[in-house]
Structures are given as structure tokens and as C-alpha cells.
Unconditional design. Structure first.
Length: 247
């Protein structure tokens, strides 16, 4: 009892944290991190693949650069629109579930409490404790408890369409700028071998950074991102070469 009182006092004093024990979890980064990594990766791969494909068809330098710029702008807008629509759909579903849960709590609070207790029993809590916990959580924040434990909707993971769209578009432009600037800097003869080197190295770095920020193993992520980017460039360059020969 004394221990419980001390923990409760410390929890109140330090904003829900036990003194001397602070934890930093990375799950709150998932929303924007996923959009940013996807946008940057897509910007690098799609723009580099376009440039490589067009360059393989032997056009002039201005056509290569124009293709890169058009790909960067179109891709950024497409990524932003697609990310917003998809995440907005998720947000709409979450809001609909929240409204439904609020109505169920108002209509049958006892049944909802029992439902919450069953969830805790399934997780390994004994029935009496589960019922007591469910009752206390219902008294404190019934809707929040059901959203979190019944539906898996947590504040750290809630859908944010505008944030995801902005992160996706900005990271796409940042990623696309790398192959585009490489195409500007390299000569026409150096582009076929210089562009893949720069892009593969950048993709490996992007994979490593994404893994580091997300707390995942670095080497597998770097290899995975670099491999699939190189494969995409190789296929596009081959198609461009064949198309250029046919035309």
C-alpha cells in the first residue's frame, strides 16, 4: 500500500513518469517517417529511372534534364495527393469508429465495461482484476480506453493526412533532386555509369538513416533499399535502350 501511494504521488508529480525512469519510444515517428522514407525513396528511384531510361534511348541532353524536372514535379504532386487521400481515408474510418464507440458507450455502458474486461482477460489478467481495471478505466476515460484497447487507435498512431502529404511531397522533391543534379553535373558520356553509382550510394544511405531513426537494424535496410533501387533503374534503362533502338 505504501509503495502504491509513493508511485501514485510520483506519477502525479512527474506527469505520469516514475522519477529516474524515462523511456523514449520511436512508435510516434511511424506516420511521418513512413511517408518521408517512401517519398525520398520514390523520388530518387523514379527520377533516376526516368533519366536512365531516356538517356539509354540516346536523346539530347536537354531532353534528359527536361524529363528529370517533369518527373520530379509530377511525382511530388502525385505522392502528396495519394498520401493525403489514403491517410484521409484512414482518418475518416477512425472517426467513424470513434463515433460508433461513443454511441455504444452511451447506450450500454455495462456491456462495454464487460467487453473491456474480456479483452484484459484474453491478455492474461485474472477476471477479478480485469473487471476492476475495466471499471476504473471506464470511470477515468471510457472512450479513450475502448479506442486504445478494443480498436487499437492510439494518439501516437492516429492518422494525420496533411502531415503525411507534406512529408511525402517534400521528401520526394529532396530525393528527386539528387539524380537530377547528378544529371546536370555529369557529362553525357559519364552519365550512364556515374548516375547509378550516385543513386545506389544515396539509396543505401537513405535506408541506413531510415533504419537508424526508426531504431531498426541498419545494414539489412541499406542493402534492401539499394538493391531494389538498382533493379528499378536497370529495368528502366533496358526498356529505354530497346525503345531507342526500335525508334
Amino acid at each position: 500500500m505504501v509503495c502504491a501511494v509513493r508511485i501514485r504521488a510520483r506519477s502525479t508529480r512527474y506527469g505520469g513518469r516514475v522519477k529516474g525512469h524515462r523511456e523514449r519510444h520511436l512508435v510516434s515517428r511511424i506516420g511521418w517517417l513512413r511517408a518521408a522514407v517512401l517519398g525520398a525513396n520514390d523520388g530518387i528511384v523514379s527520377t533516376a529511372s526516368l533519366i536512365a531510361g531516356v538517356a539509354a534511348a540516346q536523346p539530347d541532353r536537354s531532353a534528359i534534364l527536361l524529363t528529370g524536372i517533369a518527373g520530379m514535379v509530377a511525382g511530388a504532386m502525385s505522392m502528396a495527393a495519394g498520401e493525403y487521400v489514403s491517410v484521409r481515408s484512414q482518418a475518416d474510418t477512425e472517426r467513424a469508429d470513434e463515433a460508433r464507440e461513443r454511441a455504444e458507450l452511451a447506450a450500454a455502458p455495462d456491456a462495454e465495461r464487460a467487453e473491456l474486461a474480456v479483452i484484459y482477460v484474453d491478455r492474461g489478467v485474472d477476471p477479478m482484476t480485469a473487471d476492476a481495471v475495466a471499471a476504473q478505466l471506464m470511470a477515468h476515460d471510457a472512450l479513450g480506453a475502448h479506442l486504445r484497447d478494443e480498436l487499437g487507435i492510439h494518439e501516437a498512431l492516429v492518422a494525420r493526412p496533411v502531415q503525411a502529404a507534406a512529408a511525402s511531397a517534400a521528401s520526394f522533391v529532396a530525393g528527386a533532386a539528387i539524380p537530377l543534379l547528378t544529371a546536370i553535373a555529369l557529362s553525357r558520356t559519364a552519365l550512364p555509369w556515374g548516375l547509378p553509382i550516385v543513386v545506389i550510394a544515396t539509396l543505401a544511405l537513405l535506408g541506413a538513416i531510415g533504419a537508424r531513426v526508426g531504431g531498426a537494424p541498419i545494414a539489412p535496410a541499406a542493402i534492401r533499399v539499394a538493391f531494389w533501387g538498382a533493379a528499378a533503374m536497370a529495368v528502366t534503362a533496358a526498356v529505354g535502350h530497346l525503345a531507342g533502338a526500335a525508334v
